[in-house]
Design a protein around this ligand. Structure first.
Ligand SMILES: *[C@@H]1O[C@H](CO)[C@@H](O)[C@H](O)[C@H]1NC(C)=O
Ligand SMILES: *[C@@H]1O[C@H](CO)[C@@H](O)[C@H](O)[C@H]1NC(C)=O
Ligand SMILES: *[C@@H]1O[C@H](CO)[C@@H](O)[C@H](O)[C@H]1NC(C)=O
Length: 596
């Protein structure tokens, strides 16, 4: 799985039980949106630029741009949200305000009130004594307040304020601790440990999920338990820390692979297979793990949920318009065969540098069905403010917080034909935190937390010293995949001789249909000619000539000379020659111009 952070999706998980009849989709609901306050913006980061004039209370200033900005979720009372930002221009110690410097975690009031000092926000990590914050690595992403309100996750760190609520005025820097999280992976616990990313705390405040890249450009996802280790005797981080123990690799070694060759030498597609790609979090009760999974239709990347006990997989977002490039995804019912070559590029075209093609969408816990595929939270908003990952619900279900970033150069301005927008935020800031109030909802009690076991029945225990199990992969060759209703897809997979990874996939469709509503005919071939040494780089040479019949008339076609796309999944700068166009009942979706 080589998938990267995807859409900003707000998923509502208001009930902990499921499996009953799926209700009718909800009707659109009224939503009010306000921007939340942040510390004042200054234009210089020079020492002392955050003057008494800029901030009379001497509680810090921030800059117009900060690419690692991120807002997280609510405190249990719903009156605060957690935010990672960067303070600039602090005066030198011991002048007042000197502690408001660098990347820090703050809480922002959501109810228009203020903390005791008169600010509408309060820094949690500023001025924490060095003895309380040792051996911290630079990662500060996905800030999250624990459900108990006294702990927070901040990158690879756990913050606590003893038994005091983080939002309380009594939570002061001297009472605050910031502990590193350590993942022992060597059998004797030695060394630097594993490198987690996308860390998420389970709603029980004790278990955690995280992903980690593999050397060949994939990633695995894990589940484990946080255990405080006051006096570690092994590993590079020899300070009080939280260890990740009872680690599970979220792979079902006994289940089917999403795409596999059967004993008759034919291909089988298993949409029910557990294929946990990048972790996106947990359901509100913690009974399901949310992740980006292997696509079920070609290049159509989706959010899935898998139940922690039963392993039942639910596809929550099947519609191509969430975050997928419509020009390569809008034709439905194509099985995910070319994805062996194209999926990294498809995931990477979700943004172009700092221009991101998504906004927060509210969908109910049952996911897409019929013509329902959610409600845009900020419908009619300014498209130059782009949605960012991980919107969050308040525990009472009446509010959503999300954040946005403004398009900036080089995705606009200079040689780019698109002009850079002028910021509408205070001080010309290019990031903002938004609060959406779901006006027609009455507050509900948060669901009870699901009692998750340390070891997930379908997962693979992964104690320190374990090697990653070999991943199933289709042997190179030509295979037939039979449509569940009709027809065949004959696919040829050719591997690169040095890396063994697929280099070319070529498919011939003949009346292929999985649902009897979308029937696919034609041919499609994609070759990746990028240097195989860099798994993040794609240079695709693509030809498509597909026709879809049934409930809609669709075509997916490349122009003369085909379509060539080059994209690096680490920078997401779109660059292409030729054309790839999809039409659905006469509506045309064409790839964007380079750099836009
Ligand atoms: C697909 O492969 C099957 C089995 O080899 C063959 O019978 C069929 O003719 C092929 N279909 C096309 C369209 O080539
Ligand atoms: C093609 O498949 C559809 C159902 O998907 C079926 O109704 C039709 O008869 C098939 N056509 C041929 C020529 O097999
Ligand atoms: C597009 O064509 C130009 C000129 O031949 C070439 O330099 C460039 O690498 C091509 N881009 C892609 C994505 O293939």
């Amino acid at each position: 799985m080589a998938l990267l952070p995807l859409a900003a999706l707000a998923l509502l998980f208001s009930k902990s039980s499921f499996g009953q009849r799926i209700p009718k989709p909800p009707r659109p609901e009224p939503i009010d949106i306000v921007e939340l306050p942040l510390p004042p913006v200054i234009s210089s980061s020079a020492v002392g630029a955050c003057t008494a004039k800029a901030n009379p209370r001497r509680t810090g200033c921030i800059g117009q741009e900060f690419t690692d900005f991120q807002s997280g979720d609510f405190t249990p009372d719903g009156n605060h949200v957690v935010v990672n930002l960067e303070f600039i221009g602090a005066p030198e110690a011991p002048a007042p305000g000197s502690i408001y410097t660098g990347e820090q975690l703050i809480l922002v009031k959501t109810n228009g009130k203020t903390f005791a000092n008169g600010d509408s926000w309060k820094c949690i990590t500023c001025g924490v004594p060095a003895a309380n914050s040792q051996s911290l690595d630079p990662e500060r992403d996905y800030p999250h307040v624990a459900r108990n309100g006294i702990k927070a996750l901040w990158g690879h760190k756990i913050i606590d304020c003893g038994s005091t609520l983080l939002a309380s005025d009594d939570c002061t820097p001297d009472k605050t601790h910031i502990y590193p999280i350590f993942w022992p992976t060597a059998a004797d616990g030695s060394g630097a440990g594993g490198v987690p990313r996308e860390m998420r705390l389970h709603p029980d405040d004790v278990h955690m999920g995280w992903s980690s890249f593999t050397a060949n450009g994939g990633q695995n996802t894990y589940f484990g338990r946080l255990q405080f280790n006051p006096n570690p005797s092994s590993g590079d981080v020899q300070v009080p820390r939280y260890d990740l123990v009872d680690v599970n690799l979220l792979t079902d070694l006994t289940g089917p692979a999403p795409l596999m060759v059967n004993d008759n030498g034919e291909l089988e597609h298993h949409p029910e297979a557990i294929g946990v790609g990048e972790l996106r979090g947990f359901s509100g009760a913690g009974d399901e793990i949310l992740y980006i999974g292997p696509s079920i239709e070609a290049n159509n990347i989706d959010i899935f949920a898998v139940h922690v006990i039963t392993g039942k997989v639910r596809r929550l977002t099947s519609h191509p318009e969430y975050a997928d490039p419509m020009w390569m995804t809008a034709m439905r019912g194509i099985p995910p065969l070319i994805d062996a070559i194209t999926i990294t590029a498809a995931a990477s075209t979700r943004n172009n540098y700092q221009r991101r093609f998504f906004q927060p969408i509210l969908i109910d816990r049952y996911g897409d069905r019929g013509s329902y595929f959610g409600q845009q939270v900020n419908a009619g908003g300014d498209v130059n403010w782009n949605g960012r990952a991980d919107p969050a619900f308040s525990y009472d279900g009446t509010k959503i917080v999300y954040w946005q970033a403004l398009v900036t150069s080089p995705a606009c301005g200079g040689f780019n034909p698109l002009l850079c927008p002028v910021s509408t935020a205070q001080g010309g800031r290019t990031y903002r935190v938004m609060l959406a109030r779901l006006k027609s909802r009455t507050p509900t009690k948060p669901v009870p937390v699901f009692d998750v076991p340390d070891f997930i029945p379908w997962a693979t225990p992964f104690p320190p010293g374990t090697e990653l199990p070999a991943e199933y992969s289709i042997p190179p060759g030509t295979y037939t995949l039979r449509g569940k209703v009709s027809g065949t897809a004959n696919a040829t997979f050719i591997a690169d001789s040095t890396t063994g990874r697929f280099k070319t996939v070529s498919v011939e469709y003949d009346n292929y249909s999985d649902d009897g509503k979308h029937i696919v005919d034609g041919v499609e071939t994609v070759t990746n000619t990028a240097d195989p040494a860099n798994p993040w780089m794609s240079h695709l040479d693509w030809t498509s000539d597909l026709v879809g019949t049934g409930v809609v008339r669709a075509t997916k076609e490349t122009g003369p000379g085909g379509f060539q796309l080059s994209i690096d999944a680490m920078t997401n700068a779109f660059n292409a020659n030729g054309t790839l166009t999809t039409t659905i009942d006469g509506v045309l979706y064409r790839q964007p111009a380079n750099g836009t």
